[in-house]
Write a protein that binds this ligand. Structure first.
Ligand SMILES: [Zn+2]
Length: 72
């Protein structure tokens, strides 16, 4: 199937896929577009968007760390 964000052809079985997007990254870009519309501020929204994306990336990083670190 084709990613609506980057138009890349990808397999929905791909573990990297975040349906209907090819990756978490494109999913976040789509989320950012929604937030852009919600804020509808001209220049400030880019900062807000980057903040939002940074926040999501931190969350994801923590989740990934949690999965990787087994009980030791
Ligand atoms: Zn994509």
């Amino acid at each position: 199937m084709r990613c609506p964000i980057c138009n890349k052809i990808f397999s929905p079985d791909d573990p990297e896929a975040a349906l209907p997007f090819c990756s978490e990254r494109c999913k976040r870009i789509d989320l950012g577009r929604w937030m852009n519309e919600e804020y509808s501020v001209d220049t400030v929204n880019l900062d807000k968007l980057e903040e939002a994306i940074a926040g999501v990336e931190e969350e994801n990083a923590q989740e990934e760390r949690g999965e990787d670190d087994g009980p030791n």
